[in-house]
Ligand binder design. Structure first.
Ligand code: NAD
Length: 305
């Protein structure tokens, strides 16, 4: 069957993803509430429409790439009515697992099919078509959609039933958020103990402390020349997005009753960071907060002596 694609949400991620589909020869109708995003997409070969209905009405596959679960549920009110029966809805946004399942139920009740397929890899991965897709949905829908995901990404994993993609995404980012704080605390402790950054890196990266936060996204400049710390913490993966993902993880922790202690603390740390001037920096900037707080505490201790 010819794949007729609608792409809803042509922002920082969706704009590149839709453009990669169009560049591969697929017919893509696109819609975004923001005129600027729509105009950029039009220049990249997307047939942009003035309403969401118009984009969905001729589609048999509808991708969404929206800021949140609330945006998704609101957009579905229109899209599910407009699309021809049995359209496959694929949501690539990062949303709450509960909202992902709600969206899937709405789609099924409206006579459609639905999957979640959130991504990691950031805007660089979206532009270069090297994203990782974590998909949740029926195996036959996954098989049908796989060539499109391969057009936009490099690693495509079917994680299970609907919602499993979102579950995998927040569990992965829970690990990432926590390990970045652990690595940052270790570097600040090393500084206080007179340990050279490179020496700590050489030991930990070859030892049991090795992890992606250290070996790819090292929070101090030097040991990993491509890490955001070498460009004054320009992202990378913005602190505000890490905070969003950990708040979704926190919702899931509360919903399931998991006895997690470090996750909620990590969520709190990134939430505080995302309300300050470092919100748009890479999340590895958490090391600067730890250093600032260490120095403030040290000064306060001296003052009370
Ligand atoms: P963005 O804000 O740049 O883009 C979202 C777009 O959706 C905006 O252009 C907005 O105008 C549009 N929009 C909102 N409601 C709409 C509606 N009802 N109909 C049509 N358009 C609508 O956000 P982004 O950075 O592209 O992120 C999109 C999603 O991808 C988010 O859920 C985010 O968490 C996730 N994500 C982002 C990154 C990243 O590095 N930016 C990485 C992984 C996942």
């Amino acid at each position: 069957m010819t794949k007729r694609i609608a792409f809803i949400g042509l922002g920082n991620m969706g704009g590149y993803m839709a453009a990669n589909l169009a560049a591969a020869g697929y017919q893509v109708s696109g819609y975004d509430l923001a005129t600027e995003a729509a105009e950029k997409a039009r220049r990249n070969g997307i047939n942009t429409t003035t309403t969401a209905e118009e984009a969905a009405s001729h589609a048999n596959i509808v991708f969404t790439m929206l800021p949140s679960g609330q945006h998704l549920l609101e957009a579905y009110e229109t899209l599910l009515r407009a699309a021809p029966a049995n359209t496959l809805f694929v949501d690539c946004s990062t949303v709450d697992v509960t909202q992902a399942r709600q969206a899937r139920d709405l789609a099924l009740n409206a006579g459609h099919r639905a999957m979640d397929a959130p991504v990691s890899g950031g805007t660089v991965g979206a532009e270069a078509a090297t994203l990782t897709f974590m998909a949740g949905g029926e195996p036959e829908d996954f098989t049908h959609i796989r060539p499109l995901l391969e057009t936009m990404g490099r690693t495509i994993i079917h994680c299970g039933d609907p919602g499993a993609g979102q579950a995998a995404k927040i569990c992965n980012n829970l690990i990432l958020g926590i390990t970045m704080i652990a690595v940052s605390e270790a570097f600040v402790l090393g500084e206080k103990l007179g340990l050279d950054h490179q020496a700590l890196y050489d030991v930990a990266s070859q030892s049991s402390g090795a992890c992606w936060a250290l070996t790819n996204n090292c929070p101090v400049p030097g040991p990993v020349p491509t890490s955001p710390a070498n460009r004054n913490y320009q992202p990378g993966f913005m602190t505000s997005l890490m905070s969003k993902d950990l708040s979704l993880a926190l919702n899931a922790i509360n919903d399931t009753g998991v006895a997690a202690e470090i996750g909620p603390l990590a969520a709190k740390i990134y939430r505080q960071l995302s309300h300050g001037p470092r919100a748009h920096d890479d999340f590895s900037t958490v090391i600067n907060t730890i250093r600032d707080q260490t120095n403030t505490a040290h000064t306060a201790d001296k003052a009370t002596l």
